[in-house]
Write a protein that binds this ligand. Structure first.
Ligand SMILES: NC(=O)c1ccc[n+]([C@@H]2O[C@H](COP(=O)([O-])OP(=O)(O)OC[C@H]3O[C@@H](n4cnc5c(N)ncnc54)[C@H](OP(=O)(O)O)[C@@H]3O)[C@@H](O)[C@H]2O)c1
Length: 303
């Protein structure tokens, strides 16, 4: 493993074994009340899962503020958690009337503006990790590095990473500014990162990747007419029986088997499911079982 030259060691950038996603807790999902968010945050912290994953756009620019309302009231909670948020996507929204179309923007001005509004919405004076949500086709790595350097110096952001970048886009930025993580879609249903070099790159730099939609957004939990999904469900049931585990636990154990030490970003806002996810840490799939799930997902024997 190469030493990421920006940090003394991999240990310096810490993540719990799971992150807690916030995308579905507000207007884009189940619209939790303030008291429910508070209870949920407390429950996650009690489980030792202290990394919360946000983005400025969640809930059409409202979910950070829903979460922040709890932090305003419960000032004791901020220091017990780590907050990741993202910037760079501009959505058409009544909350951003100046956006005429959907676009990506990783200019210095947009990054700064976005961080300032996330800090206000979240009722905090620092963000632990800022991710660039998607690559802007017009991104200038020098401008981004300049803006990261300024935010770090001002104490507004501690660490920086990217999301949904290609291997070459990651390289471009990593060459001039140390990145601490890469968040990409990884699940049994979305296996591109195993083959496109992203997981290799993370291992090369000792960077822990985080996986969004680690359970495929929940698709595998409903009956399906698709033969591959049916076969995946059959294998999951078989392994579930062997390990006395639920479906989500088998899927998470499958992700964890990879040596890149993938950190799933859990999408559920039900505490019982977060607990069940944490319990999956005890399951250790064999090499062959990992491939049984892979084979079922691709629908054929490997080459
Ligand atoms: N960087 C990016 O571009 C990006 C993109 C998308 C998402 N994200 C992040 O990733 C997080 C997770 O994404 P996701 O929500 O798609 O993740 P996910 O965990 O794959 O899917 C969550 C969905 O699955 C359902 N589910 C979970 N366990 C279940 C079970 N045992 N049985 C039945 N249904 C179950 C949940 O329902 P319940 O709520 O009812 O449990 C929820 O609807 C987001 O919150 C966000 O923070 C990042």
């Amino acid at each position: 493993m190469l030493q990421n030259r920006n940090y003394n060691s991999l240990e310096e950038y810490k993540l719990a074994p799971f992150m807690i996603g916030t995308m579905r807790m507000g207007q884009w999902g189940i619209r939790m009340k303030e008291s429910e968010i508070e209870e949920f945050i407390e429950g996650c912290i009690a489980l030792g899962l202290i990394d919360f994953d946000h983005a400025d756009i969640y809930g059409s620019y409202t979910t950070e503020a829903d979460f922040g309302a709890v932090l305003r009231k419960r000032t004791d909670l901020r220091d017990q958690m780590r907050i990741t948020t993202k910037c760079g996507i501009k959505l058409v929204s009544e909350n951003r009337p100046e956006h005429r179309i959907k676009s990506y923007d990783l200019s210095k001005d947009h990054i700064k503006q976005s961080v300032e509004s996330s800090l206000l919405a979240l009722h905090t004076d620092y963000i632990d990790t800022l991710l660039l949500h998607r690559p802007d086709y017009l991104l200038n790595p020098h401008e981004i590095a300049e803006s990261f350097t300024a935010l770090k110096k001002e104490g507004k952001v501690k660490y920086f990473g990217v999301s949904n970048f290609s291997v070459s886009q990651f390289d471009l930025l990593q060459a001039i500014f140390p990145l601490c993580t890469h968040q990409v879609e990884i699940s049994l249903l979305h296996r591109e990162a195993f083959e496109n070099g992203i997981l290799d790159q993370c291992q090369k730099w000792g960077i822990r990747p985080t996986a969004w939609s680690p359970l495929g957004g929940g698709i595998l939990f409903s009956p399906s007419l698709d033969n591959k999904i049916k076969e995946v469900q059959t294998i999951i049931a078989e392994l579930g029986e062997k390990y006395n585990a639920q479906q989500d636990q088998v899927l998470l154990a499958w992700l964890r088997k990879h040596p890149a030490a993938i950190v799933p970003v859990l999408g559920s806002s039900q505490l019982s499911r977060i607990e069940s996810a944490k319990d999956s840490l005890k399951i250790k799939l064999t090499h062959e079982e990992w491939y049984m799930l892979w084979q079922a997902a691709i629908g054929t024997e490997i080459a």
